[in-house]
Design a protein around this ligand. Structure first.
Ligand code: PAF
Length: 285
């Protein structure tokens, strides 16, 4: 497996790969890889001749009081894990090289897809995500790219950007990978102390409880959100950032559930902000 830090060398290396007629699968990450990332790398390996993984903690997608400096980094361990999962090349540039002094170009998806949920709670976050991805997609020019459903809103924002900017890249959204107790895998789980980790399953439990209520006939979004909130708020140290039920196309809040619905939440546990979601299809029920 190769490690490339220079964008120009990445371009040269990948144009050789394309000249050999090989397909390229791309998994963008911020590193500190876990099973969720590895499932994306494995899927990329199955479907492509050559797999590129980017490891870059993107300063543009962190707010001023967020965890950019503290975000966990471990390139050595990541390299080992990525290689074992089937990665052929890691691209891990320095921030000052990726965004040199005077950098001034940004890509933004406007409207309800990026403005609600995490977009409302983290202004500028998705602009940072789409800007880094536009650059990475231009450099890697993959046939296929792989994202996790855990970041449901990010997936939709990326889908819209790919459509609107005419990228010829197939987007693959892979299922959320969970710990045995239901906690969605995330690099930020590392911040949880043992007590916080022990109660973290309440996020997924509240989503499952809402799904059970929907299956039993509940269609009122306010009632479902209230049930989720009261379950989560019963756990000490939790602060609900948002609990929303939105349509899965435009992410507009629903009053009554119909069609494909995204139940999404963000909760702070101590200082750590965790997100999770499920999609429930209520058609024909
Ligand atoms: O999901 C992430 O880890 C990041 O948002 C991404 C897609 C790698 C962009 O920095």
């Amino acid at each position: 497996m190769e490690l490339v830090v220079d964008p120009l060398i990445l371009r040269q290396r990948l144009s050789e790969i394309r000249r050999q007629g090989k397909s390229i699968g791309f998994v963008p990450t911020m590193g500190f890889l876990h099973e969720g990332h590895l499932s994306l790398i494995r899927a990329a390996k199955e479907q492509n001749d050559f797999v590129v993984v980017s490891i870059f903690v993107n300063p543009l997608q962190f707010g001023q009081n967020e965890d950019y400096e503290d975000y966990p980094r471990d390139l050595e361990n990541d390299s080992r894990l990525a290689e074992a999962a089937g990665c052929d090349l890691i691209f891990s540039p320095e921030a000052q090289v990726f965004y040199p002094p005077g950098y001034a170009t940004f890509v933004e998806v406007e409207g309800s897809i990026s403005e609600g949920l995490c977009g409302a709670a983290r202004p500028g976050h998705f602009r940072g995500v789409t800007t880094v991805l536009a650059k990475l997609f231009n450099l890697v020019s993959p046939d296929n790219t792989y994202f996790g459903q855990k970041d449901a809103q990010q997936c939709l924002v990326v889908k819209k950007m790919l459509q609107d900017l005419n990228y010829a890249i197939n987007l693959h959204i892979m299922p959320t990978v969970r710990e045995a107790d239901g906690v969605a895998m995330s690099s930020r789980n590392k911040y949880l102390n043992p007590g916080q980790r022990a109660v973290a399953p309440v996020l997924y439990q509240s989503l499952q409880q809402a799904e059970a209520l929907i299956r039993a006939g509940e269609r009122d979004a306010a009632a479902l959100k209230a049930a989720m909130r009261s379950r989560i708020s019963a756990v000490p140290e939790t602060v609900v950032d948002y609990i929303e039920i939105v349509d899965t196309q435009m992410l507009r809040p629903l009053e009554r559930l119909t069609g494909s619905c995204l139940l999404a939440l963000a909760v702070r546990l101590g200082g750590t902000r965790l997100i999770d979601n499920i999609i429930v299809n209520v058609e024909g029920q």
